[in-house]
Write a protein that binds this ligand. Structure first.
Ligand code: NAP
Length: 353
């Protein structure tokens, strides 16, 4: 008589169903991540602050609706998080405020970023989630060193209280630190890792785009008369989504931290890419630089200028070789991300040609 077949290895129900919570479903990066996850067979739970937004977000995402469920949850309140994560084996926590301007008080960003991450973590642990991927930022890695050229890896941390730290930088540094400390103390078996992107560009899908794309919009519109001596690492939204998927699928991610960045570019480099690829559509992109002294003077009465003063003359190389080596991540050339952001802003009429 042939031996009885070996029973299948008992896997927990949620591990088989590939069900994930992506917080902040109305967001720019979340949109690309949700599309990729659904295409790969995941069932996605997502949160919005109010279910009044569900229909509009569903329409924009345009995925198989049977694989997408919406839940109302706000970073500032406990309600809804337990329901949103129930039955999920994974969480990608993207919701966090990324405002277009500078808030009056830093706590407007710090409190939702930090307390919201802790709410999502607690709900995830209590629901038996296996892996929690937090979308942090290079804001938590690579700021606060001042002028000159600096190199950063995942071992680096932005001091959350350095002079000139913007509320957004502080919110990301404080939230990631708080999340890691909480996981070490109370996380139980929850595997935690973070992805730390630089400035995310790439195609925009609708009129509700991320604040990171504003810089391309302002350059195209000629809203900046001249270019301050500042810059940032650039990374494509499609590559950031892809890196999230890799961290969700790969084994052994506990404690990991992955910088997601392409090369550091000064504003003048980004302006040059736009002029090179867009011809007449880039005619309002400025060519001249603005002296640091003028930016410092403007900062006395303009909060947006104030937010960049600390970055004047600073070059921050953010080394993404860890993600390349461990996860096989290969980001596209950043010129493509800059040009795709610009072309989509023009195509959607957000920037008039
Ligand atoms: P986004 O489009 O502005 O998305 C932010 C999301 O957070 C939105 O869904 C927003 O919901 C949600 N949110 C904000 N405050 C909330 C609150 N109190 N309760 C519930 N949800 C709230 O920005 P994104 O670029 O996709 O950013 C996603 C994540 O990536 C954020 O954690 C951000 O810090 C991080 N990140 C972004 C960049 C970048 O350059 N874009 C770079 C590094 C890291 P509403 O639509 O209701 O406002």
């Amino acid at each position: 008589m042939p031996p009885a077949p070996t029973p299948p290895c008992a896997a927990p129900e949620h591990a088989l169903s590939r069900r994930i919570l992506v917080s902040g479903g109305s967001g720019y990066i979340a949109g690309f991540l949700i599309r990729q996850l659904v295409a790969e067979g995941w069932t996605v739970h997502t949160t919005v602050r109010s279910l009044a937004r569900e229909a509009a977000v569903r329409e924009l995402l345009a995925v198989d609706n049977t694989r997408l469920e919406f839940f109302a949850a706000d970073l500032l309140h406990d309600a809804g998080w337990a329901e949103a994560v129930a039955g999920c084996s994974h969480v990608a926590h993207l919701a966090s405020p990324l405002p277009m301007g500078v808030p009056r008080h830093a706590d407007e960003l710090i409190v939702p970023a930090r307390d919201g991450a802790l709410r999502a973590l607690r709900a995830a642990r209590d629901a038996g989630v296996r892996r929690f991927v937090m979308t942090s930022s290079v804001a938590a890695v690579a700021y606060g060193r001042g002028r000159g050229e600096h190199h950063f890896t995942e071992a680096d941390w932005t001091p959350a209280d350095y002079p000139g730290a913007t509320p957004y930088i502080r919110s990301k540094a404080i939230a990631e630190r708080a999340a890691r400390d909480w996981v070490a103390r109370e996380g139980g078996g929850l595997e935690f890792c973070s992805i730390n992107p630089s400035v995310v560009l790439g195609p925009v899908w609708g009129r509700d785009y991320s604040a990171s794309v504003i810089i391309v919009k302002k350059l195209l519109q000629g809203a900046l008369p001249a270019l301050p001596d500042i810059g940032f690492g650039v990374v494509d939204v499609r590559d950031v989504a892809d890196l999230h998927v890799r961290t969700l699928n790969a084994p052994g991610m506990a404690g990991e931290r992955f910088i997601a960045s392409g090369p550091f570019m000064k504003l003048r480099d980004i302006a040059a890419v736009l002029r090179h690829h867009l011809g007449a559509e880039a005619r309002r992109v400025p060519t001249r630089g603005v002296p640091d002294l003028l930016v410092r003077l403007a900062a006395l009465f303009n909060p947006l200028a104030g937010a960049v003063v600390g970055e004047l003359g600073s070059v921050r190389h953010q080394d993404a070789s860890h993600a390349r080596a461990v996860l096989g991540w290969v980001p596209r050339p950043v010129d493509e991300s800059i040009v795709d952001a610009a072309r989509s802003l023009l195509a959607l009429g957000i920037v008039k040609p």
